[in-house]
Ligand binder design. Structure first.
Ligand SMILES: [Zn+2]
Length: 287
């Protein structure tokens, strides 16, 4: 059964660890992440961007696949199915389709409009026992065609949005989606500390977890980050393992072209990446 992300994140914040959000793209991704979470006895959040939802033919398909997989694989750790960077319309579709959590990314709206739409979605989500994430200050890099500049959020705006009753808050602290450029300045712990001070117990979310050095991740967790989004890193690991399989000519040997064989190295690579992250975030045995 899918659960809201609220309880797992409240526990994470209090326990000074973070729960990973791993984005899914298809059956292999979902299975790899769920099995790893179960093996490590870790709570987990499956992220779905609007683009990935469309790719999987729609949010209903995603809910059906994930729910059935939890049952068929005997997954007992807490699993939240979460819309990543949702638009207002996308958020409503996910609520109707049976997601257990959403992110409403109203960061591109003027703050007043962001507040108004967030409030409405908070009410709907809480009525349905779902959790909701909001974002303040756009997060750098590209996410489904939306390009942000990597700014730092205004701690006062964070407080204002947190007070609307959201369950988790993504604040830009110099983080970027995708690969980090060589001249990246690193996370702004000054901003993070200021946001944490203003928002108290609110679990904070760090987007763009791919390529942030481990020591920065640990420091961010110590300053109130309770959810870390990982997407690109699984994609890179999958692509790398698949390329090696093909380059080694394994698809040409025997039944090596069978998709269950062809996709196996990439599947194992996602599992290894997720395991590494859960260990780094400290969520192992916290289910
Ligand atoms: Zn993000």
């Amino acid at each position: 059964m899918l659960v809201s992300a609220k309880d797992m994140l409240v526990k994470a914040k209090a326990g000074k660890y973070a729960v990973g959000q791993f984005n899914i793209n298809n059956l292999e991704w979902t299975k790899a992440i769920l099995l790893t979470a179960q093996e490590l006895n870790s709570p987990v959040i499956l992220g779905v961007s609007e683009g990935a939802g469309k790719y999987m033919t729609g949010f209903k398909t995603v809910v059906g696949m994930v729910s059935a997989m939890i049952e068929e694989l005997g997954i007992t750790v807490p699993v939240a199915l979460h819309l990543d960077h949702g638009t207002y319309e996308g958020a409503k579709k996910c609520i109707a389709a049976g997601f257990s959590s959403i992110m409403f990314d109203g960061s591109h709206y003027p703050i007043e409009e962001n507040v108004e739409k967030t409030k409405e979605l908070v009410n709907i989500c809480h009525e349905k026992g779902m959790s909701i994430e909001a974002e303040v200050g756009s997060i750098g890099g590209e996410e489904d065609g939306v390009i942000g500049a990597g700014e730092c959020a205004d701690p006062n705006e964070c407080k204002m949005i947190a007070d609307l009753g959201v369950d988790m808050l993504a604040a830009g602290i110099g983080n970027i989606h995708g690969k980090y450029p060589a001249n990246w300045k690193g996370l702004s712990f000054e901003t993070l500390a200021a946001v944490q001070q203003k928002t108290g117990d609110m679990p904070l979310v760090l987007h763009g977890g791919t390529g942030i050095p481990d020591d920065m991740i640990k420091k961010a967790i110590s300053l109130g980050v309770a959810k870390i989004n990982v997407n690109t890193e699984c994609q890179l690991a999958f692509a790398d393992a698949t390329r090696k399989y093909i380059e080694a000519g394994k698809d040409l040997e025997g039944k090596g072209f069978d998709p269950r064989k062809l996709l196996a190295p990439g599947f194992e690579a996602i599992k290894a990446t997720v395991k590494e992250k859960m260990e780094l975030f400290g969520s192992v045995d916290k289910a």
